[in-house]
Design a protein around this ligand. Structure first.
Ligand code: UD1
Ligand code: CA
Length: 447
């Protein structure tokens, strides 16, 4: 059987009180709509269409929130969830079944969605709904059961009678539908008193034909939605806990999970240890036997096996195998530490390559620079890369020794094994093997 997914993400999200549309709010580094896509993909749903409002349809923010091969439909007016689904009608024509999801129920797991699909397909139902038993059902639609515990319909809180309001069985708004059945059923849905058309109303007609099923999770987390920012933070906490536990089960030591913030889509190798107060941003890759933290921030970066990043910030950079970044140092975009390179304390590195075995052990600024192997950069060295208008490059070749507090006025090349004296201001290229000192620096080799 072929299956397609539709994510409804065109709602106004009024309760977020935000200029940002709700589907783009992030949990653990990924937009809500991106979470829904990931859950579907884990459940085995490849073809996915997202229904959005017209202002979001062409936005870069939406594109970067989605994974590749996700298509988009537009709901031009927010007339309710049934109307939103209708907007994707032509996008899923080829499928036998469709999985429908909201953008704001992201603690549902791929596993239970897979189970819903299996139940749906094996039973030949017109509609299968994913329910959850929750402690606090307030604000959510309730699944109404008959005397034999079969679902007969779904009612929103404002439509439910006293007896149904006592029920803790809520509608997660994840469904599986027969693609040959759903569209006629949608056409027959009458608007509610709010004048919106409610998708859950199709369950009543499927039940009338005896063709409805429910898969119910007794894990209350699955029924935790996001309508406001308090719920957003609750979901964030649960998501992080799940992520931390998955890494720990894979062999990663996390000293204090409560203060460790690992986004989703982060890979971490076994025997890596993460100290308290660490943040690791989405799409980062961390090797095995790495020491991270305490109090470290890694964003969109790759950290090699056996490296150490201790109390530093690493942004869009690469730290090679066995390399070290020390406390209060900052690696900015485009930096690469080759294997066994060292950046010690209070250094800032931007758009630079630091060769294997080279050391920048103490406070320094290195920008737009290429450093060869086994170079020593003394404390307080600055690459003066900016002349007020343009940035210029610096090259420091293998085995060079840069004395403390050297000012390297770029563009500049320091040749292989060359040396600069402490406090020198180097304006002109230094040839291989030469030693320069002074302000401005001159060769002192022959003296
Ligand atoms: C909906 C369900 C409710 C369920 C709850 C679970 C309806 C009528 N009710 O309520 O039974 O318990 O989800 O979270 O469906 N959307 C659109 N276009 C619209 C309206 C909504 O795309 O015109 C999207 C929203 O962006 C959201 C999803 O549909 O992702 C659900 O809409 P929302 O307004 O959050 O519905 P709830 O009131 O939470
Ligand atoms: Ca909702």
């Amino acid at each position: 059987m072929t299956i397609s997914g539709i994510i409804l993400a065109a709602g106004k999200g009024t309760r977020m009180k935000s200029g940002l549309p709700k589907p783009l709010h992030k949990v653990a580094g990924v937009a809500l709509v991106g979470h829904a896509v990931r859950i579907m993909r884990i459940a085995g749903v490849e073809n996915i269409n997202v229904v959005v409002s017209s202002d979001l349809a062409n936005s870069d923010a939406l594109q970067s929130a989605l994974l590749p091969r996700v298509t988009i439909s537009v709901q031009s007016e927010q007339l309710g969830t049934a109307d939103a689904l209708n907007s994707a009608r032509s996008a899923v024509e080829a499928a036998d079944s469709i999985v429908v999801a909201p953008a704001d129920m992201i603690l549902v797991t791929g596993e239970i969605v897979r189970q819903m699909i299996t139940t749906h397909e094996e039973s030949g139902a017109h509609a299968t709904v994913l329910g959850a038993l929750v402690d606090d059902p307030s604000g959510l639609g309730r699944i109404k059961l008959d005397a034999s515990a079969k679902p007969v319909g779904i009612l929103e809180e404002h439509e439910a009678d006293e007896e149904l309001l006592q029920s803790h069985l809520i509608n997660t708004a994840w469904y599986c539908f027969d693609n040959n059945w759903i569209w006629n059923a949608l056409d027959l849905v009458e608007p509610a008193e709010t004048s919106e058309v409610y998708l859950p109303r199709v369950i009543k007609s499927a039940a009338a034909a005896g063709r409805v099923r429910a898969v119910v999770s007794d894990n209350g987390e699955m029924g935790q939605g996001i309508n406001d920012r308090v719920q957003l933070s609750r979901v964030e906490t649960i998501m992080r806990q799940r992520t931390n536990e998955a890494h720990m089960k894979n062999g990663v030591t996390i000293q204090d999970p409560a203060t460790t913030y690992i986004d989703i889509d982060v890979e971490i190798g076994a025997d890596t240890r993460i100290g308290a107060g660490t943040h690791i941003g989405t799409r980062s890759t961390i090797g095995s036997n790495v020491l991270i933290g305490p109090n470290t921030q890694i964003t969109s970066s790759k950290i090699g096996n056996g490296a150490t990043v201790d109390g530093a910030r690493v942004i869009n950079s690469v730290v090679g195998e066995g390399a070290t970044v020390g406390s209060n140092s900052l690696l900015r975009a485009g930096s690469e530490l080759m294997p066994w390179a060292t950046v010690g304390n209070l250094a800032e590195i931007k758009n630079s390559v630091i060769g294997s075995g080279s050391k920048i052990s103490h406070f320094s600024y290195i920008g737009d620079t290429k450093i060869g192997v086994n170079v020593n950069v003394g404390a307080g060295t600055v690459t003066c890369n900016y002349d007020g208008k343009k940035k210029h490059p610096t090259v420091i070749e293998d085995e060079a020794f840069i004395g403390s507090s050297t000012m390297l006025i770029a563009p500049l090349t320091i040749g292989k094994s060359a040396r600069t004296g402490a406090g020198s201001v180097v304006k002109f290229d230094v040839v291989k093997g030469d030693t320069v000192a002074g302000v401005p620096a001159k060769s002192i080799k022959s003296k």
